[in-house]
Design a protein around this ligand. Structure first.
Ligand code: ADP
Length: 574
């Protein structure tokens, strides 16, 4: 039966301590990715093995094998400690230490094999371990910032531990009391372990506060809304960045108080995408475009992305980022509609050009094949001439419109009286109207303010507007009945004084739904334009001209009764 003395008992308790520490080190070194933790953990585990070897060597004092094993464990313990220290301070571990270690291990094996004396076996290793312990302590002290007191403690512990490690020789040869030697060594080793752990904790705490500070600075200053949603153990918002208020109008507190706030403000159609974003099973990894209702009732477009933070309990947190993309969306929509209208324009232009060209080509082919009668020839030439003229007008209209839209049109403004304008219209179009058997009337309201005022216009262009409206009236009228064109020149007071010209015809009228559209490019009302030639550009150009004069143009029409076109131009007092 093994009798335990008090000293043995003390030794056992300390060994127990070391074992518990070893397990702890083993645990943190396997669960932590940092290299230095792995090396320090390994070092401590080696120390535990070294103690086990010591116990066996005490029970079999004659065998050199256990002592040698202990020496190898001590050697590995020290070299891992040193490697961990180098990694901790972020320096490369010099490879010569590994070479020295290998040489030492070879030496021990050879010494055991040739049965050399204990002193010969341990002397070299003891010295090497002492050097390693001192270098590890000095390296740590040099590169890791701590106060002078901390430095003193660290270097003393490493140094003393190194001395004791290296003094195994005295212990094993009985120069020093073995129990006292082991107990001192274990105490020093534990102190060393404790100081390393304290430094480690200090480093972790610093890294945490640094990264927390960095995260806060980034999140608090971010334009986007950044949030962290806790899923486990209970569901709540853990962090909402202040930009939340600017983007959604809600304060971060509103989200803390109501974790379902997103769901209640997202557009109903987008709800399923929002749910999918919070579902760890969903495979959504791209940012998703969602629409939210701001606190003030406006809708905004956002781009939102979430990522899941997992641990052994599964998903514990959801990190999200929400960006306001309303402005971008408006520009995109604008570009899309601009692109669409460009395509429509191109297809309209090609259609409008192709029709007369195909027809002209048809007549030319017929003429080339030889048309018998001179009369038919003349008829064909006449049609070709008319088609060419309308083609020329179309190209001219297109050119003018493109110039308007590009802002390249120059105006020749001059100051004229309302009377002068009226006379101009009367002289220019009365004869044309009469030739078409249309009654033509023009009246100026007898208003002193109107008659004394003047307008600033480009007479050519305003005349083009009148011409377009008057010739449309003639073009679309029903020749079977009596027709009239009534022109009124009036004053119209809004926030400014305007001249208002109304041109009323007794034609077929325009359906209500087309009254606005006829000012769009190429738009011709199906109700009346089938049998007449035209491009649908005349009123678009008229609108551009009137708007360039800071006026407005519109039409009032009743099917079967006729249409009245109105346009306004600012009036100026002399
Ligand atoms: P175009 O006369 O070459 O077709 P406009 O831009 O001048 O092109 O007119 C666009 C359309 O507006 C016409 O095709 C026609 O459908 C309608 N419109 C214009 N003026 C009248 C009018 N006085 N009466 C009936 N419809 C009209």
């Amino acid at each position: 039966m093994l009798e335990l003395t008090q000293n043995d008992f003390l030794l056992l308790i300390l060994i127990l301590f070391v074992s518990v520490f070893s397990l702890f080190h083993f645990y943190i070194s396997t669960s932590n990715h940092e290299k230095y933790i792995k090396f320090w953990g390994l070092s401590w585990v080696m120390y535990a093995f070294s103690l086990i070897a010591s116990i066996f060597s005490l029970s079999q004092p004659d065998s050199i094998v256990f002592i040698s094993l202990k020496q190898i464990c001590d050697l590995l313990n020290s070299i891992f400690l040193l490697a961990g220290t180098y990694h901790f301070i972020g320096r490369k571990f010099p490879s010569y230490w590994i070479q020295f270690t290998i040489l030492n291990v070879i030496w021990i094996i050879l010494a055991v094999y040739y049965d050399l004396s204990l002193i010969a076996t341990t002397l070299l290793i003891s010295a090497f371990i002492q050097i390693i312990a001192i270098v590890a302590g000095a390296t740590l002290m040099k590169y890791w910032k701590m106060n002078i007191f901390g430095k003193f403690i660290i270097i003393s512990i490493f140094f003393m531990w190194g001395i004791y490690k290296g003094s195994y020789l005295y212990i094993s040869t009985g120069i020093m009391n073995p129990t006292l030697g082991y107990v001192s060594e274990i105490i020093l080793a534990n102190l060393l372990n404790l100081s390393i752990m304290l430094i480690y904790l200090q480093k972790i705490r610093k890294e945490l506060t640094d990264s927390e500070k960095l995260f806060r600075v980034l999140a608090e200053n971010a334009q986007d809304m950044i949030y962290v949603y806790q899923v486990y153990p209970n569901e709540k918002y853990e962090y909402i960045s202040p930009s939340c208020e600017r983007i959604l109008g809600y304060k971060p507190e509103d989200f803390y108080d109501n974790p379902n706030l997103f769901t209640s403000i997202v557009r109903t159609e987008d709800n399923e995408y929002l749910e999918a974003m919070y579902d760890p099973e969903s495979s959504i990894s791209e940012p998703i475009t969602l629409q939210y209702k701001r606190k003030n009732g406006d809708y905004i477009w956002t781009e939102q992305k979430t990522s899941f933070i997992k641990d052994t309990n599964g998903v514990t947190r959801i990190e999200g980022i929400l960006r306001d993309i309303t402005d971008r969306k408006i520009v995109e929509d604008h570009l899309n509609s601009a692109e669409k209208s460009r395509q429509t324009l191109l297809s309209n232009i090609s259609h409008e050009l192709r029709t007369p060209i195909t027809s002209i080509l048809g007549y030319i082919t017929a003429l080339k094949k030889g048309v018998s009668s001179e009369e038919t020839k003349a008829k064909y030439l006449d049609v070709m001439y008319r088609k060419s003229v309308s083609l020329e007008r179309l190209v001219e209209d297109l050119f003018q419109l493109t110039n308007f839209e590009a802002g390249k049109t120059s105006f020749n403004f001059s100051q004229i009286t309302v009377h002068e304008l009226a006379d101009d219209i009367l002289n220019k179009y009365r004869i044309d109207a009469l030739q078409e058997k249309v009654q033509f009337e023009l009246k100026i309201t007898d208003d002193r303010n109107l008659l004394n005022s003047f307008i600033i216009i480009d007479t050519e262009r305003i005349s083009q507007v009148c011409s377009n409206i008057i010739f449309n009236a003639i073009k679309f009228m029903n020749r079977e009945k009596e027709n009239t064109i009534n022109i009124r020149v009036n004053r119209w007071s809004a926030n400014l004084d305007y001249l208002i010209v109304s041109i009323k015809d007794t034609g077929p009228g325009i359906p209500r739904e087309d009254c606005e559209k006829i000012f769009d490019r190429f738009y011709r009302s199906k109700s009346n334009s089938m049998s007449t030639e035209g491009s649908g550009l005349g009123l678009t150009i008229s609108k551009e001209i009137i708007e360039s004069h800071k006026g407005k143009i519109w039409v009032y029409s009743e099917i079967g009764k006729g249409s009245t076109f109105f346009f306004t131009i600012p009036l100026y007092k002399p």
